[in-house]
Write a protein that binds this ligand. Structure first.
Ligand code: G6P
Length: 568
């Protein structure tokens, strides 16, 4: 019997199988069966993420119990204090999120571990905040972040409110893998064990809001702007609107997208990376002559921005909104004499060079990390200990940023407040946020950043993605669309190659990322997504002006598609 058949038979015949899954399992086609059982769901960029449904490669009550039992073993090994400190648990609006969160709480309690679980949906950044605020040993967030409605996921946090970095995650994963019967784990608990489960809500909301309000740099700025805001049916609805209410910003919510709907029925996509997320908000903006549009993903760790510029709405990329936030924050810190000593800003190896230029212009150092905000959170914790450098901002091209590190993950409520403040501040000076961006281009050079994400699902897709990267390794490009490759970085082999010489690449954990630097100052990077079945190609293209950068981008994208055999 193949491993797929073996696993499938075990599930189908197991007395503990959740009855909801019986029919789905019975009706699976061979392809579906293979995809659901060919592997066990793994930890990626931001925890475990996968399609909802029965199977070892799916998110369901059994795979989440297995992960939580593994986490519980890890917590118990850290002693009684860790069990007493306990775990904070949050969840979003997705199918099964609430059920899974309360089930995790019961399972932890069954293991003698204190569990704090939110009474209703909350943003991921609030969960990160709760871990530190309540002095917990760690946290769990049930969410698939920006993925489509068919997905759910499981993010794990350490005692600093930071998602587990690979070496900590590996320790938990070892405990998870040691469990061989995920269906045998039960969560029925005694009355005494129930006492270990504490429901939280307002007691955490208030201090979180207070901290968010504390990020303001110009709280008295004239708030003469109109903001169209969409939580995309997710967790940002309550906190962001509450924060605007308390600060006096005028927001117009996209009502249809304010209901916590697991089907995201009134939006084509809840992901601010995709144009569909702005469709309805753009209509609201036009009807209300709004200055800006802000949309958050379902767990409120990402924020997308639209700006009225010359009478049209321009949707910014995560690189652009990140650079504008950075410019505003750094210039204000300077103007107000608040820039700390040894200031440092963080972004990732696939984030545009523009941010680094802006930071340098303000005397701020940039440190790069791999994709995944956990690596930024890890650095925050490190410098908090050593006091060697002081955090001023962190962001990724994937629409996430963190202004003040009382949270150790991306925080969209903070970003929504700061972006509103920046828009109001610059409006007083007769500028919109696109003008600010254009000023940055004029000063630091024009960049066009783009991403091509190829969807390659299932086992075959995963293999194809591996193949693309290994082919590039075997036959490294010397030029791309006629532009010489002057340097390349391989984050898996940990090698930098420049002028025919190889040097070790240090400072990162091994990761399947390739980056090519071109003679004209542009770069191209390739990596498999760790949250979706996609192969991502990133382009940071430097041009003499916008038209030039755009023309080159098209050329490079075409050349990479041909090089990797992925042209349509
Ligand atoms: O490119 P991926 O591996 O899919 O990751 C893209 C993004 O996913 C999540 O939002 C993570 O929290 C981010 O840190 C990451 O940048």
């Amino acid at each position: 019997m193949s491993i797929v058949e073996e696993r499938y038979e075990k599930w189908v015949n197991h007395p503990n199988l959740d009855p909801r899954y019986k029919e789905v399992l019975a009706e699976m086609t061979p392809e579906e069966k293979n995809d659901a059982f060919y592997t066990t769901i793994e930890f990626g960029t931001a925890g475990m993420r996968g399609l909802l449904g029965p199977g070892t490669n799916r998110i369901n009550i059994h795979t989440i119990r297995k992960a939580t039992q593994g986490f519980a073993e890890y917590i118990k090994e850290h002693g009684e204090k860790a069990c007493e400190e306990g775990i904070a648990i949050g969840y979003d609006n997705r199918h099964m999120s609430r059920e899974l969160a309360f089930d995790c709480a019961d399972l932890l309690a069954k293991n003698g571990i204190k569990a704090y679980v939110f009474k209703s949906l909350r943003p991921t950044p609030e969960l990160s905040f709760a871990v530190r605020h309540l002095g917990c040993f760690g946290g769990i967030m049930i969410t698939a972040s920006h993925n489509p409605k068919e997905y759910n996921g499981y993010k794990l946090y350490d005692s600093k409110g930071c998602q587990l970095v690979p070496d900590l995650a590996a320790q938990v994963i070892d405990r998870v893998n040691a469990i061989d019967d995920e269906l045998a784990i039960e969560t029925n608990i005694t009355e005494d064990q129930k006492k270990l489960v504490q429901v939280i809500g307002k007691d955490v909301d208030e201090p979180y809001y207070e901290n968010v309000l504390s990020i303001q740099l110009n709280p008295d700025v004239e708030k003469d702007i109109t903001i169209v805001f969409s939580p995309e049916h997710g967790t940002a609805n309550v906190p962001v609107r509450e924060i605007y209410k308390r600060t006096g910003y005028h927001d117009i919510p996209v009502e249809e997208q304010c209901t916590p709907d697991p089907d995201f029925s009134q939006t084509p996509t809840p992901n601010p990376e995709q144009p569909g997320a702005y469709e309805l908000a753009l209509k609201y903006a036009a009807d209300n002559d709004a200055d800006i549009i802000l949309v958050c993903d379902p767990d409120a760790d990402r924020m997308g921005v639209g700006v009225k510029h010359d009478g049209e709405y321009v949707v910014m990329t995560g690189n652009q909104s990140g650079a504008v936030l950075l410019e505003y924050i750094l210039s204000q810190l300077h103007a107000q004499g608040k820039m700390p000593d040894n200031p440092v800003m963080f972004n990732t190896v696939v984030t545009s060079d523009l941010g680094e230029k802006v930071a340098a212009d303000h005397g701020v150092e940039t440190e790069k990390t791999l994709t995944g905000f956990k690596f930024i959170g890890e650095k925050v914790a490190k410098y908090e200990q050593t006091h060697e450098k002081n955090y001023v901002f962190g962001y990724e091209e994937s629409y996430g940023s963190l202004i003040k590190p009382f949270v150790r993950d991306k925080d969209a409520p903070q970003a929504c407040l700061m972006l509103a403040e920046a828009a109001a501040y610059y409006k007083k000076q007769g500028k919109d946020l696109v003008d600010v961006l254009n000023d940055l281009y004029a000063k630091h050079g024009t960049y066009e950043e783009s991403q091509v994400a190829l969807s390659l699902a299932g086992e075959a897709g995963a293999k194809r993605i591996q193949q693309i990267l290994s082919d590039l390794r075997k036959d490294a490009p010397k030029e791309i669309a006629g532009e010489p490759v002057v340097k390349s970085e391989d984050y898996k082999e940990e090698i930098i190659e420049e002028n025919g010489e190889k040097k070790p690449l240090t400072g990162f954990v091994k990761s399947d990322v390739l980056k090519y630097y071109l003679e004209d100052g542009s770069w191209i990077a390739v990596r498999p997504s760790g949250t979706e079945p996609k192969c991502k190609f990133y382009y940071c293209v430097k041009g003499s002006d916008k038209a030039d950068a755009h023309e080159k981008t098209e050329k490079f994208q075409q050349a990479m598609a041909e090089l990797t055999g992925t042209a349509e």
